[in-house]
Write a protein that binds this ligand. Structure first.
Ligand SMILES: Cc1cc2nc3c(=O)[nH]c(=O)nc-3n(C[C@H](O)[C@H](O)[C@H](O)COP(=O)(O)OP(=O)(O)OC[C@H]3O[C@@H](n4cnc5c(N)ncnc54)[C@H](O)[C@@H]3O)c2cc1C
Ligand code: SF4
Length: 490
C-alpha cells in the first residue's frame, strides 16, 4: 500500500473527491466513525442513523467492489487516522478538502494532504473570483452569473424565457382540496437494522442510506414533484409535511448525490416538455444559486463569522424548541413535532417560523445554531452557519442579507394553515389572545429601531412603529410573552 485515502462522512461518492484517483492496488481507504461525532452532542437519532448507516453502506459497497477499506471506530477522527497509520505503516494520508474550517485545520495539522473539493459546482477559487468583484454579495447576482457560466437555460447570453426568475408565478399559499403525491418509502436492510439497534431507534422510512436509495428519491421528485415545485415552494400545509420539496439535501450534503446529476435530471424533464419553466427555474435556483452561494460565502466570510452577534441576542434557547409540548402556538407545535419525528422541515418553516421566533425573541445565535445542528438531518457546518447567522438571525449586521427576515402572524397566517386552529389571533398584537409573533415583531422593531433606521430597506417598517397607538400596552404584552416562552407556557 502506498497511500491512505481518508473519506469523511460527507464525501460518500466514488466519482468525486479523493476517490476520483483511487487505485485499488496501492490505496487503502479509511473511514472513521468517531465517538466525538456520534456522542459528543444530543444529536437527533434519525440524523445519527442516517449519517452512520450511509457511511457503513458506502464502506460495504466499496469493499464489494474490490477496494481495501478500513471502517474504524475511534474516539476522534485523528485517533482513527493514527490507528490506521499504526496498522498500515506510516503512509501519507490524502483527503478532499474538508467542508468546515475546524475539520480543515485539524486534518491539515495532522499532515493530511488535500485534493480540491469538487462536491460543489463552484470551486472555492472561482467563488473568490466572483466575490472579489462585488460591492455587495447579492445571491441574485451570483445566480445569474452561475446560469451564464454553466449555460443553464441560456440563449445568446440571456435567459431563454426572457426573465431570470418566476417569483411572481410562484410563492402561492397552500392550496385547498389538493392531492399531494405519496411519499417515497425507504425500506431498511441489515446494516440499517444493526445501526438502529446500536442507537436504540425505531427509524422512520423517510431517509435512504444508500446511493441507490438517494437516486430513487431523485427519480421520485422529478416524476411526482418537480412540475408543481415552484408554485408551492413557500407554502406550509397541514396535509403534507414535504409538499413538493425534493428531500434531497441530506444526500447532496453527504455526497451520495452530486449537484450536477440533480440539475441534469431536472433539465431533461424540462427539455422533454414535462415540467414548466417556473418550477424548473425555481428548483435550479436552489441548487446552483442558494446552495453554491452559501457554501462560497461560508469560506469567504471566514471562521469567525459564526460567532457574530450583531443584535446582542443573549436569551437562552426557548424550551419549545426542545419539546413541542412546551407551547400553545400551533405553528411551533406543528413544526417542532415534525422535526422530532423525522429531523426535517422545509425552508420556510426553518426561516419564517423557527428562525423568526429565535430572531424576534433574541435567542443567542450560537444556542440556536447548536440546536439546529443537533436536530436536522441535513445539518452541516458550511450550510448552517450562513443560513442561521446571516439569513435567519441577522446576527452579522447585514453582511449576507440586507434586512432581517422578521415577520408577524399575518405572514404565517397567509402561507400556512396553522392559525385557524390556534388559540392566538394573528391579527392581534395586544391582549391575552394576541399572536406572539405579531406582538414580538413590533417589539423587536422597537428594540432595534436605532440600528434599523440606518437601513433604507427597513425604514418603512421602523416608521410603522410611530403609527402604533398602543405601543406601551404592546411592550407590556411582549414582556409577558417572552416570560411565558421562557417558561414554556405560551
Ligand atoms: C435557518 C435555515 C437553516 C438551514 N439549514 C440547512 C441545513 O442545515 N442543511 C441544508 O442542506 N439546508 C439548510 N437550509 C436550506 C433549506 O432549508 C434546505 O436545504 C431544504 O429545506 C432541504 O430540503 P429539500 O432538499 O427538500 O429542499 P428543496 O426545497 O427541494 O430545494 C432543493 C435543494 O436546494 C438546496 N437549497 C435550497 N435552499 C438552500 C439554502 N438556503 N441553503 C443551502 N441549500 C439550499 C438544497 O440542497 C436542497 O436540497 C436552511 C435554511 C434556513 C433558512
Ligand atoms: S396565530 Fe400566531 S402563534 Fe398561532 S399559529 Fe398563527 S402565527 Fe402561530
Amino acid at each position: 500500500m502506498k497511500r491512505i485515502l481518508y473519506i469523511p462522512f460527507d464525501h460518500l461518492n466514488r466519482d468525486y473527491g479523493v476517490l476520483k484517483t483511487v487505485d485499488p492496488a496501492t490505496d487503502q481507504i479509511v473511514i472513521v466513525e468517531s465517538a466525538r461525532m456520534t456522542t459528543g452532542r444530543p444529536w437527533h437519532k434519525e440524523r445519527l442513523f442516517f449519517l452512520i448507516s450511509s457511511a457503513r453502506h458506502f464502506a460495504s459497497e466499496l469493499t464489494s467492489a474490490g477496494y481495501k477499506v478500513s471502517y474504524l471506530k475511534a474516539q476522534t477522527t485523528i485517533d482513527g487516522l493514527k490507528r490506521a497509520q499504526t496498522e498500515l505503516g506510516k503512509l501519507p494520508i490524502y483527503s478532499a478538502e474538508p467542508s468546515s474550517f475546524v475539520q480543515y485545520q485539524q486534518l491539515a495539522e495532522f499532515g493530511v494532504e488535500f485534493v480540491p473539493n469538487d462536491f460543489f459546482l463552484t470551486t472555492r477559487v472561482d467563488f473568490e473570483l466572483w466575490a472579489g468583484k462585488q460591492k455587495s454579495f447579492l445571491m441574485e447576482t451570483f445566480y445569474r452569473a452561475q446560469r451564464l457560466r454553466l449555460g443553464i437555460m441560456i440563449e445568446d447570453g440571456k435567459p431563454k424565457t426572457g426573465v431570470w426568475n418566476f417569483d411572481k408565478e410562484n410563492r402561492l399559499p397552500p392550496p385547498k382540496n389538493y392531492t399531494w403525491p405519496e411519499y417515497l418509502v425507504h425500506e431498511r436492510d441489515e446494516i440499517d437494522l444493526e445501526v438502529c439497534a446500536e442507537l436504540e431507534l425505531n427509524p422512520t422510512n423517510t431517509w435512504a442510506t444508500t446511493r441507490s436509495g438517494a437516486l430513487a428519491q431523485l427519480d421520485h421528485f422529478i416524476e411526482h414533484n418537480l412540475t408543481n415545485f415552484g408554485p408551492y415552494e413557500d407554502a406550509v400545509s397541514n396535509d403534507s409535511w414535504a409538499l413538493h420539496h425534493s428531500l434531497l439535501s441530506p444526500y447532496l450534503n453527504n455526497g451520495l448525490l452530486h449537484a450536477s446529476e440533480v440539475i441534469s435530471a431536472a433539465l431533461v424533464k424540462y427539455k422533454a416538455g414535462h415540467a414548466p419553466i417556473a418550477s424548473v427555474e425555481a428548483f435550479v435556483r436552489q441548487i446552483i444559486g442558494w446552495r453554491e452561494y452559501l457554501n462560497g460565502m461560508y469560506w469567504h466570510l471566514g471562521a469567525d463569522y459564526k460567532f457574530k452577534n450583531g443584535l446582542t441576542a443573549e436569551r437562552k434557547l426557548l424550551p419549545l424548541f426542545q419539546d413541542s409540548s412546551k407551547t400553545k402556538m400551533k405553528c411551533m407545535q406543528g413544526i417542532v413535532s415534525d422535526i422530532e419525528t423525522r429531523a426535517w422541515t422545509h425552508h420556510i418553516p426553518r426561516l419564517m417560523i423557527l428562525s423568526n421566533l429565535a430572531l424576534v425573541t433574541g435567542v443567542n445565535p450560537i444556542e440556536f445554531l447548536d440546536w439546529m445542528r443537533e436536530q436536522f438531518i441535513d445539518a452541516t457546518e458550511w450550510v448552517m452557519v450562513p443560513n442561521i447567522i446571516g439569513m435567519g438571525l441577522h446576527a452579522d449586521g447585514g453582511q449576507l442579507m440586507t434586512k432581517p427576515y422578521a415577520a408577524g402572524g399575518a405572514y404565517i397566517s397567509r402561507m400556512t394553515q396553522f392559525c385557524k386552529g390556534c388559540e392566538y389571533d394573528p391579527k392581534l398584537r395586544v391582549g391575552e389572545t394576541a399572536c406572539p409573533f405579531t406582538t414580538l415583531y413590533w417589539d423587536f422593531l422597537d428594540r432595534h429601531k436605532e440600528e434599523f433606521a440606518k437601513n433604507h430597506r427597513m425604514s418603512q417598517q421602523v416608521a410603522g412603529i410611530k403609527r402604533l397607538s398602543d405601543l406601551p400596552e404592546l411592550k407590556l404584552r411582549a414582556q409577558q410573552v417572552l416570560s411565558g416562552l421562557d417558561k414554556g407556557t405560551i
